[in-house]
Write a protein that binds this ligand. Structure first.
Ligand code: URA
Length: 213
């Protein structure tokens, strides 16, 4: 039985009644709810099947996503796609989005290095994530990593402790907790990386036990 979690952010931002995902996407293009829009190339809104039963939520767009204007099209997206396929989940049947819709980075010479969004940025952007949830009404949300988890279920839920479990949000919507795929890219030891990839695939396999994808 999933356990109820406290203090989510995204579920407090319920405001999208009567709107479509396209409406939200257009509105988010000019978002200035926090300062991240100043340096990012564009808003990277969620995309995918508007009838999707499953919503995958990452952290924020990376360098490649910022340029392409689409979520999970860079290296993290490649490994996510690979693991989804290994878990028997068709990405095209999912809706894929991020907790924060603008790329946050530090400029080092010509390189733009990923910087973690802070609690205020997560809170501000929950307006959009909450809207996407409201409109899509998925049957299952997959929190990919700590930032998504914080927005969806609150900061009292620990990723290490709860990963692999499905907890109910206060609205009753189940949230499957797992790692962020970019974690796999940062593991130096080959065996450890393979083990963690297998565990990630096992987590993703749970998607099809809850919904058909
Ligand atoms: N990491 C994320 O969390 N989202 C993306 O879209 C790309 C990388």
């Amino acid at each position: 039985m999933p356990t109820q979690a406290a203090y989510p952010v995204a579920f407090q931002e319920s405001h999208a009644e009567g709107r479509s995902l396209l409406d939200l996407r257009h509105q988010a293009e000019s978002c200035e709810r926090c300062d991240l829009y100043r340096n990012a190339t564009q808003t990277v809104f969620g995309e995918g099947d508007a009838q999707a039963k499953v919503m995958l939520v990452g952290e924020q767009p990376g360098d490649k996503e910022d340029i392409a204007g689409r979520p999970f099209v860079g290296p993290a997206g490649t490994i996510l796609d690979e693991c989804l396929a290994a878990a028997g989940v068709d990405r095209s049947l999912c809706y894929v989005t991020n907790t924060v819709k603008h790329f946050k980075f530090e400029q080092r010479g010509k390189r733009r290095l990923h910087a973690k969004p802070n609690a205020g940025e997560i809170q501000r952007c929950a307006w959009w994530l909450g809207g996407e949830i409201d409109v899509l009404k998925p049957e299952l949300i997959v929190a990919l990593g700590a930032t998504a988890l914080q927005s969806l279920l609150g900061s009292s839920i620990g990723l290490k402790k709860e990963r692999g479990r499905t907890l109910d949000s206060p609205s009753g919507l189940p949230v499957l907790i797992t790692i962020h795929p970019s974690y796999l890219l940062r593991i130096r030891d080959r065996e450890e990386a393979q083990l963690n990839k297998r565990l990630f695939i096992e987590d993703l396999k749970q998607i099809s036990t809850v919904v058909s994808v």
